[in-house]
Structure formats: C-alpha cells, structure tokens
Design a protein around this ligand. Structure first.
Ligand code: ZN
Length: 560
C-alpha cells in the first residue's frame, strides 16, 4: 500500500529511539541484570545506535547507583545515557528529595522524569490536589533544569498513565503536559503504562496532543518532541507505537525483545524492523539494522533466557520453512518470506521433521557445502534416518548442529571413533545424624580411534557431571577435542504421550568452544546420563571433524 499523504510529510522527521531495557525491561520478573551485564549491554546498545539508553533509577545504595558511577567511565559513541526518576514528593521540597539528588549526582546530562496525568492517581495514590500535582511537575523539572551544580542538559517527561488520564479528563491531562513544557521539558512521552489502550485510540489521542502543542497559546512555537511509551498488556504495544508515529510521535521508547514487567514493553526489535522496512519513516542513521538479530540474542544471553524462537524478525523460526512444497519453492528462489532475512541479520532456515522431503534434505546438504542433485542416494538414507528419529519423538527441528552431524554422517565424513563399551555411574546418598553424604563415581571404558581407555572418577557434583569428567579425561588421553565447555543444559519431554518418570527425555546441551563458537547437540534416552553422553559424543565428533577438515562450518549463533 502506498504511503498516505501525511506519512510522506512525516517521513522527513527522524525518529529518536530510546531504549529502556536496562530500566523498564529489567522489571520483568525473570530478569535481574548484574552490574557487569548492565555495563556490557550499555556498550552493545551504544554500538547498535540507540539515541538514548535509560540506565536505571539511581536510588542510594542500589545497583543502579553503582551502575551510573561505573558508566560515567565508559566513553559512549552516539548514545546518551539517561537516569530515571519521579517528580518530587508532594509534601517535600525539591532540595530535600533523595531521588532528585541521586539523579543530579548520577553524572548524566539527560534525565527522564515520570509524573502523574490521571486525576484518579493524583487523588488516590499521591493524596494530592490537582494543583499540587502540577506544582510537583513544575518544581521538579525546573530544579533539574536550573540546578546550579549540575543542571540537566535535557529533561524528558514521561506522562504516566497518560491515555487513561486523557480519557478520564482530557483538559487536566493536557494541563500536566503543558506544565512540563513550561518547566523546561524537551520531550513529552505519552505512556500507556498499563497497556490497556487500543492502538487506534493511542493514535487518535497522540494526534490530539500534537494539535494541542501547536495551538495552545502558552506553549505553541516551543520545540518539544512528542514520544510514546507503550506496554504490551493487550498485545498491542508495537501497533500502538506505530500508530503513535503515524500521528506525529518522533520519540519511541521500548525494550529489546519486548522485555518488561507483566507481559512486557513495546518490542524495539519489531518496531525498528517494521519502521525501517515497511514505512517511509526515517530511523537514526547510526542504527545497525543488520545487527538486529545479534542484538536480540545478546540481550537474551545477558538475561539468562532462552531466545524466543517465534519472535518476529529475530527469532530462529522467523524465516524457517517446513514441508516439502515450501522448502522446494524457497530453494528455487520463490518468495515465501515477507522480507529478506539478511536485512535484519537473520537467515532462512529449514526445519527437519516428519514432513521433510528430499528438498529439505538437499537444502540442508547444500547449506553445508555439498553440491548434490535430488537423485543422490545419500539424500534418501539421510531422509530415512530423519523420519525414523522424528517418529521416535526426537526433535530435530531447527537444531542446526544436529543437521550438520546428520549430513556429515551420511556423506561419510565422520572419521572419529567414540565407542563407549562400559559406563557405570553411581549416585550415593546417605543421611546421618547432622550430616548428609552424597557422592558420585564413574567407571568408563571407551574405544577412541581404535584404542581402549579405562577411567575412574569420583566427585560430589552429580551423575551427568561425573560421566562428563570421565569422558573428558579419556578424550584428553586420546588427543581428541576437549576445547569446549557446557554453557546451557535443558531437558524436554518431546511428546505428550511420552510422560511419566520412565519417559524418554531429550536433552539439549549448548557448549562454547575456546574460539567462542556455540554448539548445541542433543541426546534422547530414558536415562539422563546416556542422553547427556550422546550429546557430548556428538560435540566431540563435530569438533574432530572441523579440526580434521579445517573447514569451519557456519556458526549457529543462537543458543538452542
Ligand atoms: Zn513502562
């Protein structure tokens, strides 16, 4: 659809991107960034090209206070670091306000201050009169702007619960905005704090605020940026943000991967990709669109979370194809994708499942460098094994290192022998008066490249760990690869009929090599030690093959 008239005009205005992953994003119940992780992400966000990075709320003796102290030593390129805080206490003085003092002492030159818009909150939460709230907004912003010791160069005013406030009493909501502008706010950010507003209402209200800024006698002519901060409680945060941009907002707040409390904030990844690839609006020149997927994965890793595979643009499934007809068409160049995945740093992937046909297997083999035609008998043998594994309940799906191993196996490239002849693992537990005894041991007999090795290990850290330790010792003796360590371990029950304590389980283990490559391999067995060992043997076979052939296969960037 061609851009509408007003969109053509709007496209001339550059959008400012404001990332609040480190503040609002870290309010998610499963995210707790350490100081080091926050500092790492600060550099990542700066490299990516955000205009603003909200670092946190520098309250006394908090991690965020320490963060701002350390962040002041980091030289940022284009991004401005922002400290977050609230308007002063209603019955207190600005000079005595601990939050405002910590903001001024945080070393930043840009502050974001949130204040009340909704009279319901003014009276019931602040226990203040409408006038007292306006005074709090006014005094707070002036104090930060005109402070004699460290005046803020830029103040962003976040109008909390703006849309609820506007629907309840538009005159008062606009009066708070006007007060913030008169007190020196450079940007007014309209917040859908509870995520309850419908996207078309957000667009309409932003449009009316824009008109107010242009028409009100007291403030018209002032240079003020209008922004949007949406939460995703109705599943509409991205849509609301896009609607706000169409209505004239040029400052977008959100978080990488949509992290945030409850169900999250507006997902910046999606917003950036949509605006850049599907609308005429101008994003900051510094934005590295082709690094979007890598950024998404780095933030997941920092948060200790498994990346969401179904995330638009950046997820592993975003451009994944299953089923023979689709894959065949895509390999022949037919368009089954809404954008070129490489523009956002992602790629087309082939899913292996019971639906897979020869086209899928051929696509996989080609991706690892084998030029084959569809009559190659190795494709059929590989396809037979895929169908057999999937029928047993093994999930091959998007496990690229499993795809790689299958290809190597059927194309005769596996030259390393790892053959476990015996493995006795014990788990000893005994409770005595006042103490518990727990230890594990492992006797391992394994043939490695034609020679048999026998190893005994004991320790206290669990049956999987002790069996890995024994295997590692044997591998070292045989000169086979041990240049990797385990970084993620997950267990899945692949089929709903496969339940109960006797169920076959699939383990997904991610290793990082000394070169920083991530490899995820999987094992499938009723015995978790056997399943884990299956994964371990696979990573050894892969690395041995890579060493032997000196052919580095493409790195699977995401943790599976
Ligand atoms: Zn928020």
């Amino acid at each position: 659809m061609a851009p509408q008239g007003h969109e053509n005009k709007m496209k001339q205005q550059p959008i400012k991107l404001y990332d609040t992953t480190l503040r609002d994003g870290s309010q998610s119940s499963d995210i707790n960034f350490t100081l080091g992780e926050k500092l790492d992400l600060l550099s990542e966000f700066d490299d990516f090209g955000f205009d603003y990075i909200e670092g946190g709320w520098p309250r006394p003796n908090s991690v965020d206070e320490e963060f701002f102290r350390e962040a002041s030593k980091v030289r940022l390129g284009k991004s401005k670091l922002v400290a977050f805080g609230s308007t002063k206490k209603i019955r207190g003085k600005v000079e005595d306000d601990v939050v405002l003092r910590s903001l001024l002492e945080s070393g930043v030159q840009t502050a974001a201050i949130f204040g009340k818009t909704w009279l319901h909150h003014v009276s019931n939460q602040l226990r203040a009169t409408p006038k007292q709230n306006l005074e709090a907004i006014d005094e707070t912003l002036r104090y930060l702007r005109d402070n004699r010791i460290n005046p803020m160069k830029e103040v962003i005013y976040d109008a909390e619960h703006f849309f609820d406030g506007y629907k309840d009493d538009p005159d008062y909501a606009l009066r708070t905005v006007k007060q913030a502008i008169l007190a020196g706010a450079d940007a007014i950010v309209l917040c859908d704090t509870n995520g309850g507003c419908l996207h078309y209402d957000v667009g309409e209200i932003v449009r009316r605020v824009k008109e107010f800024l242009h028409s009100d006698e007291g403030i018209k002519g002032r240079s003020v940026t209008l922004g949007i901060h949406a939460h995703n409680d109705s599943g509409l945060a991205v849509a609301s943000t896009i609607e706000a941009v169409r209505a004239g907002a040029t400052h977008i707040q959100g978080t990488v991967n949509g992290f945030g409390e409850r169900v999250g904030n507006a997902n910046l990844n999606t917003i950036i990709a949509v605006l850049a690839l599907k609308t005429p609006y101008r994003l900051p020149k510094a934005i590295r669109l082709d690094k979007l997927t890598a950024l998404s994965q780095k933030v997941y890793r920092a948060a200790g979370l498994r990346p969401r595979e179904d995330q638009p643009f950046c997820g592993e499934k975003a451009f994944a194809h299953d089923g023979g007809v689709h894959v065949d068409a895509v390999l022949k160049g037919a368009s089954y994708q809404h954008i070129d995945p490489t523009t956002v740093g992602n790629k087309m992937r082939i899913v292996l499942s019971t639906n897979s046909g020869k086209a899928s297997v051929m696509g996989i083999a080609r991706s690892f460098g084998y030029e084959v035609d569809k009559n190659d008998p190795r494709l059929q043998s590989m396809l037979d094994e895929i169908h057999q594994k999937c029928a047993e309940g093994f999930n091959l799906g998007l496990l690229e290192n499993e795809h790689e191993l299958l290809t190597l196996k059927h194309f005769g490239e596996i030259k390393t022998e790892v053959d476990v002849r015996r493995c006795d693992v014990t788990s000893h537990y005994a409770k005595y008066e006042g103490s518990i005894e727990h230890d594990n041991s492992c006797i391992l007999k394994v043939r490695l490249n034609g020679k048999e090795y026998k190893v005994f290990e004991d320790a206290e850290n669990g049956p999987v760990a002790i069996s890995f330790k024994a295997m590692r010792e044997a591998l070292q003796k045989a000169g086979l690869p041990t240049n990797f360590r385990l970084v993620n371990y997950e267990v899945g029950l692949p089929k709903k009929w496969n339940v109960g304590a006797e169920a076959k389980i699939q383990v997904y283990i991610t290793y990082v090599t000394d070169d920083g490559d991530l490899i995820t391999t999987s094992g499938f067995h009723e015995d978790i030690v056997v399943a884990s060992r299956e994964s371990l043997i696979k990573v050894v076979l892969l690395l041995a093959n890579r060493q032997r052939s000196k052919r580095r296969t493409p790195n699977r960037a995401a943790i599976g």
